[in-house]
Design a protein around this ligand. Structure first.
Ligand code: NAP
Length: 280
């Protein structure tokens, strides 16, 4: 099938572009640096952090790992973030979520200097994105825009439907598609007759976290189908929100799971780090 959007390849291309930009920055005496803060022993978080550090190593971005124990107090973490905010050698700050229950995540995100908020989660980054000011874009939706554009698909004037309205995927996705002049509809669990809306979409972004939820009947012939879901099927195998087998025969383009949206998130994080270093 030649309609599969290869997220592995596109993310690799982006990491190689970042690597070249880092070399240019180094030649100007700038050493892009990402500080990654991890609190506690959540195994999944450890894997995510390890992968981010690996990507830093590949692209030449200096990484600083700060590992704090699970019983870290909120005030200690906030102090650490303030310290990193004030450190001119640190360009990007990432606090791995989720945080232990004694720590208010919103407070932590709010404390990160918006000019170092390479995850794009702070209310200031979200606000900047909403009104079209320069700022960091949330990595997963920014990666989706790259997947669509680098597949040669124009978003301009397209009927774009996003299913899911989370702060990290659905909402910033809507803003980014709007920025590209898409006509955007956001659906959620209260949406009535979801199929009547998804089946009109030229570009469908599925981000609900329900394994293989969208079937061929939910999709318009030739649509671009972006599957953000990272779910487990009945056999415990990783799958997306889209039933790839049936939908891939009808879609114009489709992202697989794994190997679609997933690898883009870290690549875009690297891109944001370089942007941060260029700006500061
Ligand atoms: P989330 O915070 O749980 O939000 C899910 C959204 O889907 C909510 O807005 C919910 O509506 C909506 N929804 C749930 N069931 C629905 C249904 N049957 N019909 C219509 N809407 C429905 O999830 P998230 O964090 O955005 O993540 C979504 C999926 O993407 C998950 O599988 C997650 O693992 C994956 N993900 C992947 C990446 C990546 O890098 N590939 C990154 C982030 C997330 P309400 O608002 O009404 O509750």
């Amino acid at each position: 099938m030649n309609n599969i959007i290869d997220g592995k390849k596109i993310s690799q291309d982006i990491k190689d572009e970042v690597k070249a930009e880092v070399a240019q920055l180094n030649a100007r005496g700038v050493e892009p640096c990402l500080a990654v803060v991890l609190v506690g022993d959540d195994p999944a978080s450890h894997v995510y952090v390890r992968n981010k550090i690996k990507a830093c190593d590949y692209t030449g971005i200096r990484s600083v790992s700060i590992n704090l124990p699970a019983d870290t107090e909120e005030s200690e973490l906030l102090e650490k973030v303030e310290e990193l905010n004030a450190d001119p050698s640190v360009h990007g700050i990432l606090v791995q979520l989720p945080l232990p229950p004694q720590i208010d995540e919103d407070k932590v995100i709010n404390t990160i200097d918006p000019d170092k908020d390479v995850d794009g989660f702070s209310p200031i980054s979200v606000g900047r994105l909403s009104i079209g000011l320069p700022g960091f874009k949330s990595c997963t939706p920014a990666g989706i825009i790259e997947l669509i554009k680098r597949s040669g698909v124009s978003i301009d004037g397209k009927n774009c439907v996003i299913v899911g309205r989370s702060n990290i995927v659905g909402k910033p996705m809507a803003m980014l598609l709007l920025r590209e002049n898409g006509t955007v509809t956001v659906c959620h669990s209260h949406t009535k007759d979801l199929r009547s809306i998804t089946s009109q979409a030229d570009i469908l972004v599925a981000a609900i976290g329900k394994p293989k939820y969208f079937k061929a009947d939910d999709i318009k012939e030739g649509a671009v189908v972006i599957d953000v879901g990272m779910d487990r099927d009945e056999n415990g195998k990783l799958c997306g929100d889209v039933d790839f087998e049936s939908v891939s025969n009808k879609a114009g383009y489709i992202t697989p799971v794994p190997g679609g949206v997933g690898p883009m998130t870290i690549a875009m994080l690297m891109k944001n780090c370089v942007e941060a270093a260029e700006r500061l």
